[in-house]
Design a protein around this ligand. Structure first.
Ligand code: NAD
Length: 328
């Protein structure tokens, strides 16, 4: 089989792509044994995703430092507490002492700081989860690069930016990759690991191991707009908005139709409320800028108006739907 493929592909540029993907597949198979060298995780940005990554890491025995402004690290700890309360109640329904011990142990694994230099001092792995803005992310990594040990691996949780563009701001492109978690992190099994042209196999392997240690299922994704999931998901979300805006179909009818007719667990408007409407808007604006002719990436007036009114979805208690509790 291998020799047939090689013969067909030889002398074409597809050969190197094929060999690259083969190497990745082999790394996937090899990984998972031996001790992980990653112990200290620094999460920069303690919002929805940063809180989730911090919680998942602390829950699996990693030592975590969250870097954000004081007010946001406090919110981050509150949201982790809420989430752990729910998990502890399920895990220890009639054992309040064990539930408290479970929560305390995880809490003891998390520190917070507002100073990036302090947060990165002993980091083995930095997971950046700040707002979706290239120059802010580059600025964060410039500072992290100065403050971190030479061997620290850097990752961005960006949903829509090109990883190579962010990595350029550091002196360690071989130790830089994308690590795309999904929301809510505690519940979503998938993690996309994005290997750029410069990411080393060693870095990729260590990230595979880290994500498996979190109980996640990693997939290898190319460093292109939206990676795998968002490249397919966002055009669908924007088409749903257009169907509502111009096709006069109600939000609830679209959500119901996709759940009951297509078998999706959630409708597109429910998904947008979970992601955060500001995040959806920023992402699609970025892609529209990159590919202005692509009708799949055209902006939506309704989305823009909701964001302007600070109706951002679950995180603010109102978006396309109303929620009893905000995330913070
Ligand atoms: N929300 C989602 O569903 C989702 C899913 C996957 C990936 N992402 C990506 O994760 C990243 C974070 O998204 P989010 O939804 O958690 O956003 P969020 O707005 O909830 O949180 C962003 C946090 O970054 C902090 N921040 C901003 N600048 C900072 C800086 N210079 N230093 C430290 N902290 C800083 C803010 O104070 C805030 O707490 C984005 O890149 C987004 O695209 C989001």
């Amino acid at each position: 089989m291998f020799s047939v493929c090689t013969k067909t592909l030889r002398s074409s540029s597809k050969l190197s792509t094929y060999i690259r993907s083969l190497t990745t597949a082999q790394i996937f198979q090899q990984d998972g044994n031996g001790k992980s060298s990653i112990k200290n995780i620094t999460v920069i940005g303690g919002g929805i995703m940063g809180s989730g990554v911090a919680q998942a890491s602390a829950q699996n025995g990693f030592s975590v430092t969250v870097v954000d402004k004081d007010e946001y690290t406090q919110k981050c700890m509150v949201s982790i507490r809420k989430s752990l309360d729910i998990i502890a109640k399920k895990k220890f329904p009639d054992e309040p002492k064990s539930a408290r011990k479970f929560i305390d142990t995880i809490f003891n694994n998390i520190k917070t700081t507002r100073k990036i230099e302090v947060g990165c001092e002993t980091a083995d792995l930095v997971v950046e989860a700040v707002v979706e803005n290239l120059s802010i992310k580059q600025d964060v990594f410039r500072k992290a690069d100065q403050a971190s040990p030479e061997n620290t691996i850097f990752t961005s949780n960006t949903s829509s930016l090109i990883i190579e563009d962010i990595a350029k701001s550091t002196s360690r492109p071989d130790k830089f990759a994308g690590i795309h978690f999904f929301n809510p992190v505690w519940n979503m099994k998938l993690v996309e690991i994005i290997k750029t042209q410069s990411t080393s196999d060693d870095t990729f392997k260590k990230l595979l191991r880290y994500t498996k240690d979190l109980g996640k299922v990693p997939v290898s994704s190319p460093d292109t707009l939206g990676f795998i999931v968002n490249r397919l998901l966002f055009p669908y979300l924007m088409e749903s908005l257009r169907l509502h805006e111009h096709g006069h179909v109600s939000i609830t009818d679209i959500d119901t139709a996709m759940k009951l007719g297509a078998g999706y667990p959630k409708g597109p408007f429910e998904i947008m409320d979970i992601i955060g409407l500001d995040t959806v808007k920023v992402l699609i604006e970025g892609w529209h800028k990159k590919e202005p002719e692509n009708p799949l990436f055209f902006p939506s007036e309704i989305l823009n108006k909701l964001v302007l009114d600070y109706k951002l979805g679950q995180k603010t208690g109102i978006g396309f739907y109303k929620y009893k509790h905000t995330l913070y």
